[in-house]
Design a protein around this ligand. Structure first.
Ligand code: HEC
Length: 137
């Protein structure tokens, strides 16, 4: 159950309402894109903790160009909505480690996370509650 909740775009608010097909569950293989998304999640969680601790992230180790190349889960596509959000997101994610920026670090960070959410609102609603927890209050 846990794997399914963390690794599906389906809305997981009330999973008990939906019968889960055992076959689908055991055959689940995360796509390249799903793996990359999870790496972005882990990176941003680390950045969040750094910012809260008063530290300044100075590098962005992820290859964000993978958003343009990674294979997606069968049935998922780079839609018009995806295309309209992806470059805005990439720019905002890179800006977090831009030590020359005049914008406050926390604002830059939250802006990137809000761009995750903007795309997820239509392209992959399942992880939204999890992504919201990345925001710094
Ligand atoms: C341009 C659109 C877009 C942006 C920006 C985006 N995502 Fe995603 N995300 C998706 C799509 C589409 C999927 C489903 C990918 C697949 O299944 O192949 C996904 C999947 C995920 C998943 C589930 C992975 C899994 O195991 O199935 C997580 C978690 C996630 N994204 C977190 C994030 C975080 C955190 C950010 C920002 C740092 C982010 N996403 C930015 C569209 C986006």
């Amino acid at each position: 159950m846990l794997v399914l909740l963390l690794s599906s775009c389906k809305n997981d608010e009330k999973p008990e309402d939906k019968p889960i097909k055992k076959v689908e569950y055991t055959m689940y293989q995360p796509s390249e894109m799903a793996n990359f998304m999870n790496a972005m999640y882990a990176y941003n969680l680390q950045i969040k903790n750094q910012i809260i601790a008063g530290e300044t992230p100075i590098s962005m180790p992820l290859d964000l160009m993978q958003l343009h190349s990674a294979e997606m889960t069968k049935g998922k596509d780079r839609t018009h909505v995806w295309n309209s959000f992806v470059n805005v997101f990439i720019k905002s994610q890179q800006t977090i480690a831009d030590t020359l920026s005049n914008v406050e670090l926390k604002a830059r960070y939250n802006n990137a996370i809000n761009n995750c959410l903007a795309c997820h609102k239509t392209e992959c609603v399942g992880p939204i509650p999890k992504i919201k927890k990345l925001l710094i209050q």
